[in-house]
Design a binder for this molecule. Structure first.
Ligand SMILES: Nc1ncnc2c1ncn2[C@@H]1O[C@H](COP(=O)(O)OP(=O)(O)OP(=O)(O)O)[C@@H](O)[C@H]1O
Ligand SMILES: [Mg+2]
Length: 422
């Protein structure tokens, strides 16, 4: 029915809530969200218990970009929402600072879809906490033993992160500076985040993830304050490792938001990292990025992210270890992993995990058919190799261009060395 016809009908039966809901929907369909909202509000006021009045009210919120309205309309009926609406609700909760609610809604989505593929959503919602994430759950924390290869990098992180946190007295005795930051960069999926977590596990420090993008989006105008609080809490509960993922976002934000919040946030971060002397003892900062060329150069000055470290794709030995680690808790026949190593040149750790998942799925599908558990076999893995595509190529191609044309100060020398040997 058209808007006009619906309005005429409503004039005759103003108490008819379903009719008003229909009108609101029709108005939304013709892009008249403001008018729709008036009808939806009226319908909701008349009968808040009906599901459809809430539904249409939330839909108006979505159309108008009004997160608070989406939450108001939908949170109470979250159990009855379809997955797409739940997703929108989770994001609206996160954007209005309702992190506990956001996580709760996310848990409902995960129930409906046991494997949540939407990583961006997971990041907005679960990683949304610009405030420190809750204390680590009691489950076993990864250590360097869970990281395949990268031996010289681990040694470096022991010197830069683990030992300073464990024996600040010795470092001070030898006049070695504490604090400062390490910036990890490299292609996606090669273990930057994993390595940072392992460094925290190795040193027994608290590990706090700070997502710049979330700090910027969720705390508009209050970003600096939030950032300061994050640092203060980390200082109070040291030893702590603050992990800034996607740290280039803070530089990018500077260009996007010309009016200053990005700039102010950079300055705040610099001030916190410079940390007025001893205040930052027991506090280490690790940054990670896929795009070191976008990282604000001010962040790389001494005392800040002064150690810039390339995390390369795993070498053959590391690939074998990563496969072993990925397979360690699954039933397998005797496998010849070494023979797979030659066929996974340039694969990332994430790609290799993906390979093991695909092989496991093949064994599982057969077990479901036969009703009997059977181990993962060599041929499951070989079959999976053809189905998984390695993901580092694009990054390495981009890096090659930067190495050739923008390698000032030898910043990317270790990438250059990797590319030469590759
Ligand atoms: N060297 C490694 N040893 C063991 N596991 C690894 C290694 N590298 C990557 N992985 C596994 O691959 C997955 C992706 O790694 P991680 O998240 O650390 O990559 P990343 O470099 O942070 O990627 P992104 O740039 O996309 O954030 C993780 O599950 C991790 O366990
Ligand atoms: Mg990462």
């Amino acid at each position: 029915m058209s808007v006009v016809a619906l309005r005429e009908a409503l004039a005759l039966a103003p108490e008819n809530v379903p009719l008003r809901v229909l009108l609101a929907r029709e108005l939304l369909a013709v892009d008249r969200a403001d008018a729709a909202l008036i009808e939806a509000r009226a319908a909701f006021a008349a009968d808040p218990a009906r599901r459809d009045t809430r539904e249409v009210l939330g839909a108006c919120g979505l159309s108008l970009g009004d997160d608070a309205l989406v939450v108001e309309a939908w949170f109470a009926v979250r159990d009855q929402l379809a997955a797409t609406s739940l997703r929108a609700l989770a994001v609206s909760c996160a954007r209005t600072g309702r992190l506990a609610e956001s996580r709760e809604v996310y848990a409902l989505i995960a129930e409906q879809e046991p494997v949540v593929h939407d990583l961006a959503l997971r990041r907005t919602v679960v990683g949304a906490a610009p405030a420190p994430a809750p204390e680590r759950p009691p489950e076993r924390r990864p250590t360097f033993a869970d990281v395949g290869g990268l031996e010289s990098l681990k040694e470096r992180l022991r010197m830069d992160i683990v030992y300073p946190l464990q024996r600040p007295d010795l470092f001070r005795a030898y006049g070695k500076k504490l604090g400062g930051g390490v910036l990890l960069y490299g292609p996606p999926g090669c273990g930057k985040t994993h390595l940072a977590q392992a460094a925290a596990g190795e040193s027994g420090a608290r590990f706090v993830v700070v997502e710049i993008q979330a700090v910027l989006e969720m705390w508009l105008g209050e970003s600096e304050k939030r950032l300061h609080e994050v640092f203060e809490e980390a200082r109070a509960k040291s030893p702590s490792i603050l992990f800034f993922d996607e740290v280039e976002a803070i530089g990018a934000a500077r260009h996007q938001l010309r009016h200053g919040p990005g700039r102010r946030l950079v300055n705040q971060l610099l001030a916190e990292m410079d940390g007025a002397g001893a205040k930052n003892d027991g506090l280490l900062v690790i940054g990670a990025t896929n795009a070191p060329w976008d990282v604000d150069p001010a962040l790389r000055r001494p005392g800040r992210f002064d150690r810039v470290v390339f995390v390369p794709p795993p070498d053959p030995g590391a690939r074998e270890t990563i496969l072993q680690l990925a397979l360690r808790d699954r039933p397998t026949e005797k496998l010849d992993l070494r023979s797979l190593v030659g066929r996974t040149h340039r694969w990332s750790g994430a790609d290799l995990n993906h390979l093991v998942d695909a092989a496991s799925e093949r064994a599982l599908a057969e077990a479901l058919r036969s009703g009997k558990l059977r181990p993962i076999t060599q041929s499951d893995l070989v079959a999976a190799i053809d189905r998984v595509r390695p993901t580092t190529g694009e990054w390495l191609a981009a890096a090659k261009r930067y190495v050739s044309y923008a390698n000032q100060a030898g910043l990317y020398d270790d990438v250059a060395a990797y590319l030469r040997e590759d």
